[in-house]
Design a binder for this molecule. Structure first.
Ligand code: ADP
Ligand code: MG
Length: 252
C-alpha cells in the first residue's frame, strides 16, 4: 500500500532521517519504535506531506506522492493524528471532528455563503457523522464540550475521530498512548484493533514496547534516523541490536 524508499531528511545540521525504507502492506498494523529524537515523527510528517524529503521517494496505492501537498495526500486516503494533537482549542469536540468531515462535503461556495438548503442538509448530515465518529472512539458524551477543557488523553481520541472523518485508507497515529493510564491504554488498544478490523491500515508510533508487541503485525525500529531492525514482533524483540539500542531489560 505504501512504499518509502531511501528517504533522507535534514534539519540544518541534524540528520533526522537517513536512507529510510519501509513498506506497509494493506490491512496491516505496523508499529514504529525508537528512542526520543530517532526521527519517528519526522518520518510520519514526510508521509503525510508536512515535510518534503531531501532524497528518496514515497509511493501510495501505486502512485508517487513524494511531491504532493498534505491536502492532496489526505484526498488520496492518508490521515495523521499528530503527536501534539493540534485540535482547535476553543471549538467543541464535535466541531473539531466536523472539520475533518468537510473535506468530503459536496456543497459549493455559494451554498455555504448564502446558507442555501443544500448547505443546511449537509451541515446536519455532517453533525450526525461527527457524532457517530465520536461514538466510535468513546467520546460521544462530550461532543459539545470545548476541546481545550479535556485532558490530553481524551483530546487524542478526538484527534483520532477527526482523522477517521476523512475516511482514510491509511491512518498514522503518532504516540496515541502517551500520558494515558493503564486502563486508558487498554481502551486505546481495543480502539486501534477495531480500526484495523474495519479495513483501515494503521501505522503506529509508540513508546510502550509491550503495547506494540501485543498489537503490531510488523515492527520497524529507528535509531538516529536509521532503520536498525524490521520484522514481526517476535523476531524484532530478540534482535540483539534492538535489545542493545533501545528495549534493554524491558522485554529481555
Ligand atoms: P521522534 O519523533 O523519534 O522523537 P523527531 O522526528 O521528532 O523524533 O526528531 C528527529 C530529530 O529531528 C530530532 O533531533 C529533532 O530535534 C529534529 N527535528 C524534528 N523536527 C524538526 C524541525 N521542524 N526543525 C528542526 N529540527 C527538527
Ligand atoms: Mg515524535
Amino acid at each position: 500500500m505504501l512504499t518509502i524508499e531511501g528517504i533522507s531528511k535534514r534539519f540544518g545540521g541534524v540528520a533526522a532521517l537517513t536512507e529510510v525504507s519501509v513498506t506497509v502492506e494493506r490491512g496491516q498494523l505496523l508499529a514504529i519504535i525508537g528512542p526520543n529524537g530517532a526521527g519517528k515523527s519526522t518520518l510520519f510528517q514526510t508521509i503525510a506531506g508536512q515535510h518534503r524529503p531531501d532524497a528518496g521517494r514515497i509511493t501510495f496505492l501505486g502512485r508517487e506522492i513524494t511531491d504532493l501537498q498534505p491536502y492532496q495526500r489526505a484526498q488520496r486516503g492518508i490521515a495523521i493524528a499528530f503527536q501534539d494533537v493540534r485540535l482547535f482549542p476553543e471549538m467543541t469536540v464535535r466541531e473539531n471532528v466536523m472539520v475533518g468531515c468537510h473535506t468530503s462535503g459536496h456543497h459549493g461556495f455559494w451554498d455555504a455563503a448564502l446558507r442555501l438548503p443544500r448547505y443546511w442538509r449537509e451541515e446536519a448530515t455532517t453533525r450526525e457523522r461527527a457524532w457517530e465518529l465520536l461514538a466510535r472512539v468513546g467520546m460521544a458524551d462530550l461532543a459539545d464540550v470545548a476541546a481545550e477543557s479535556l485532558p490530553f488523553g481524551q483530546q487524542r481520541r478526538v484527534a483520532i475521530a477527526r482523522a477517521l472523518a476523512t475516511e482514510p485508507a491509511l491512518l498514522l497515529l503518532d504516540e496515541p498512548a502517551a500520558g494515558l493510564t493503564t486502563n486508558e491504554r487498554g481502551d486505546l488498544s481495543r480502539l486501534i484493533r477495531a480500526i484495523v478490523a474495519s479495513g483501515v491500515t494503521v501505522v503506529l508510533i509508540e513508546h510502550d514496547v509491550s503495547l506494540v508487541m501485543a498489537l503490531a503485525d510488523h515492527v520497524v525500529v529507528l535509531e538516529f534516523g536509521r532503520v536498525i531492525a524490521s520484522g514481526p514482533p517476535a523476531v524484532v524483540r530478540r534482535d540483539p541490536k534492538v535489545i542493545e539500542a533501545y528495549i534493554g531489560a524491558e522485554v529481555a
